[in-house]
Design a protein around this ligand. Sequence first.
Ligand SMILES: [Zn+2]
Length: 268
Amino acid sequence: MLKKGAKKLLRAVGLQRAQVAAARMAAERTGLATLSANRSDRTGGRILAYHSVSQPQTGVNDVSLERFERQLDLLTDLGFEIVPASTIAADGGQPNQVAITVDDAWTSAAEIIAPVLRKRDLPWSLFVVSQWSDHTDEWTRDTILNWDALKRLQGEDLEIGSHSVTHPDFAKLARSEIEHELQASRARIEACLGFAPTSFAIPFGQSMNWTDEAQAIARQTGYDVIYAQAENTRHPATIGRTFVTKFDNDRIFRALLNGAFDNWEEWV
Ligand SMILES: [Zn+2]
C-alpha cells in the first residue's frame, strides 16, 4: 500500500496507473528494442527527455544515477555530440547530435543531474512547473526545486523553459485555462528568475495532450519552441523528444538512439 502522500504525488504526476503501466512499459520497451534495434534512418538530432535521477518517487520516469552516467558514457562512445536542445530545435540538428532535457524540476535535477552534467561540461534544459516551484502544495516541498534553488542552478550551460502552471492535460482545458497555464507560468518564471522563457515543454507531452488551439496560444504567448514528449506521433508543429524510462538498460538505450521507440507513446 502506498502512503497517502505518495498516492497524491503519483496522481499529481499522472502516474495513477503506475503499477500496471510500469509492467506493461517494461515489456514494451524490451520487446521493441529486440524487434528494431538496428533501425536507423534518422536525418536530424535527437532530444532526450528525462525527469529525475535516483529519485524513485517519479516511478517509471526515474533513471538511476549509475544508468544515467552509463548513458552519457554510451553517447560519447557511440560518437554523439551533446548540444543544447535549442540547437536541434532551430534546424533539426545532425544525426550525431543529442540534447539532454529534464522535466518538472524534481530535486534531483539540482542535487544529482546538474553536478553530473557540469562535471562533464555538458549543456542541458530544464522545464519548470511554476506552481510546483511555488511550493504551495505540500507534496512539492521535499520533492520539487523552489525558485531559490532554481536561481542557484541558473548558468550558461542551462536553458530553463516553462512546463505550465499546474501540469494539466492541455487537451482537457478551456481556452481561458490554456491561456492562464501558458501566460502565468511564463510571467512567474520572469518574476522569479529574471527572464521570460521562450521554450515550453508540453505536460505529459504525448499526441493526445496537445491541440491546434494550445499550439496557437503558446506561440502568441511568446514561446518559440514547443517540445513534445514523443517523436513521430507528436503534434506536427512541436519539436520531438525521446522519453527515457526507468527500464532503459544499455540495450534498450542503444535501440532508443536507433529509433526503436519513435512510434511509441507512453499513455496509448
Ligand atoms: Zn512533466
